[in-house]
Design a protein around this ligand. Sequence first.
Ligand code: GLN
Length: 487
Amino acid sequence: MQELLKKSAMEQSKALKNKEVSAVELTKASLERIKSIDEKLGAFNSLTEDTALETAKKVDEKISKGEELPLLAGVPLALKDNMNLIGSKTTASSKILENFVSPYNATVTEKLLQNLVPIVGKANLDEFAMGSSNENSAFKKVHNPWNLNKVPGGSSGGSAASVAACEATLALGSDTGGSIRLPASFCGIVGMKPTYGKVSRYGLIAFASSLDQIGPFTRTVEDAAALLEVISGHDPHDSTSLKLPIENYRISLNNDIKGMKIGVVKELVKEGLAPDVEKAMQNAIDTYKSLGAEVVEISLPNIGHSIGIYYILATAECSSNLARFDGVKYGHRTDNANNLLDMYCKTRAEGFGPEVKRRIMLGTYALSSGYYDAYYKKAQQMRRIVTEDFLKAFEQVDALIAPTCPNTAFDLGSKTEDPLAMYLTDIATIGANLAGIPAMSIPAGFDCDGMPIGLQIMSPQLSEAKLFNIAYKFEQSHDYYKQLANI
Ligand code: GLN
């Protein structure tokens, strides 16, 4: 049974349909694995055993009646703990929401339940999804399954670690500036951020609403395509949700990419790459050439500004979004307040961690009168310029490639004292959020210490089918994705 947990979601689906295993058995195996190894990993904030087994039973009933199964039915999934699952805690890994129980389901959760995907637990994250290493969780750190002394990447570190360690076969994360792609890269799995508006944000705890997007973590590209099919689609509860039909991304995965043009982002490969990451990039270029694609160098002249732009816009949006956590409506309220203002102040001082406080202060400053034009407005203008760089690039190429991160997973504790060094890990991922384009990280090799390296592929808005196709062709040319963390 433990062997089956290591298979892809598609293979697990097949085993269920062929009655080699029941959905209850598979779900129980996932829960048992979590219970036996998660003490070392810290990937889960809580387990949702009852919901998972209830869903699995429904799958088995369908199988016994000979009914057709929905896509991914019975395949265990971990939900990032900033998405609502009715009746279970949604903590966002923050003390302020430590005992908050979701009163309703997020739209993605609703879709998973409709498709009978058992949700085994809520995955750890950086508090309110702010961070790159998962060390900002108020509860516990997540460890990288490839080396327990290293970070898994953040903010969706628990989601990524759970899939890399085969605790769950699928996971959902949210990506505001790289929080799906960075941990996917550090943990050696597939992570995908869809076009802004493809997946509903209803029931996701908002960080920076103009950038947040939910997406899949899997061990294969095909599984990621399938999971995006399950969770995407228009939702009237999210005003930024796109009114477009749900696509089948799996049918075009194996299309020939001969003649396609792929651009290597010049600014993201020219300096500062770890030597093994540089080699992996060269290998990716050679692979695409051997598959018949034309590989050219492309410039995104303003991409170097993306971190600066992001830390104005994301903090401004978060200072506004997090104003709702005031001790009145949600979560923690201080015990020793003298008056209303004192209650607000003490509640927030006790409930938020240091990184969240730093962001709220930065954002409030950037939005304050007198500074708004100099910071917030300027950052909005620069966001448009970066987006235009991408639009110009996509006039010349079908997709762009770059490393997901200039380096592989770093040691736990090595950047916690230096927020700026931590922010710089997102240099290659933030651009896609600013431009709202789809982007993914896929396994692309290992460094000399055996840590995984991620290749990032980005494509124009709404070209997910092409993105998956280009990713799949690379994946199938190597066996990186077949290598699993030994835990
Ligand atoms: N690491 C980035 C940050 O700290 C991105 C986080 C995210 O995508 N949620 O804000």
